[in-house]
Design a protein around this ligand. Structure first.
Ligand code: URA
Length: 254
């Protein structure tokens, strides 16, 4: 049993601030197990007690998990005094007070981003020890072949001497720009861009398309987000999608 103040519970579910939740309670709009609640400090078990607001049941969720298709031009942060953040893009109905992006994408990187208020999940997702691979589509400015692929597979040494964990690199299309897929399980600052720079290539466009076994929902437009299902959440920790890293790439083609 986990008892909490009623105003705190309502506020944690995006109903409004603690003060606003208190006003709803004092106005007689909230019932707990069919009984009118009049005091914001009433201790309640949100997982067991049936809470209603104006007759509508509150669907309590301890944490929220959102998938966003991040657009370019916004920063991966909760709040920023000057710039628009990914949390600013979340519609009020899905938002929570403590929402933050689990991992960062650069301002100009697009694609799959998880937003949550669950610090434990974020830690599990981001720790290299947990082997959660992230897959990126990277457009680069020059040829990618066996040499670059071997270097990625062995662990690229960045300009500052840091050696990355082995990563997967595959060529998808050759043209004016080279379209590649890159799979890493770390999240160093500008990692994919720095890895390419270390092998003499520049990233022109970068998009994250998968985390673990969870793929970006292609129906989400840039800037949109939606809740993850329980099954999708579990997919994050499914490791069988380590296609490129575990496989010997000989010619660089899929
Ligand atoms: N690697 C990068 O260089 N940038 C990102 O946004 C993500 C991975």
């Amino acid at each position: 049993m986990f008892m909490e103040r009623l105003d705190k519970i309502l506020s944690s579910q995006g109903v409004g601030s603690r003060k606003e939740a208190g006003i709803l309670i004092r106005r007689g709009l909230v019932h707990v197990n069919g009984i009118l609640a009049t005091r914001p400090e009433t201790k309640t078990d949100p997982e067991r007690d049936q809470i209603t607001i104006e007759g509508k049941p509150l669907r309590f969720q301890r944490h929220v998990y959102l998938m966003m298709n991040k657009p370019a031009g916004v920063v991966s942060a909760s709040r920023d005094s000057r710039e628009k953040t990914v949390v600013d893009l979340v519609p009020p109905v899905l938002s929570r007070r403590d929402l933050f992006p689990a991992g960062r994408l650069d301002r100009d990187t697009t694609g799959l981003l998880i937003l949550t208020d669950d610090g434990e999940l974020a830690h599990r997702m981001l720790s290299p020890k947990k082997h959660v691979y992230k897959l990126y589509e990277a457009s680069v400015d020059g040829p990618v072949g066996a040499e670059e692929i071997e270097k990625f597979a062995a662990g690229v040494a960045l300009e500052d001497g840091t050696v990355c964990l082995p990563a997967g690199l595959t060529v998808v299309k050759q043209g004016t720009a080279w379209e590649t897929l890159v799979e890493i399980r770390e999240g160093k600052f500008h990692q994919v861009k720095k890895m390419f720079l270390a092998v003499g290539r520049r990233v022109l466009r970068l998009k994250r398309v998968r985390i673990g076994g969870l793929e970006l929902d292609k129906t989400l437009k840039e800037g949109e987000c939606r809740e993850l299902t329980k099954e999708e959440l579990a997919l994050i920790f499914q490791g069988e999608n380590r296609r490129f890293c575990e496989k010997k790439n000989s010619n660089g083609q899929i």
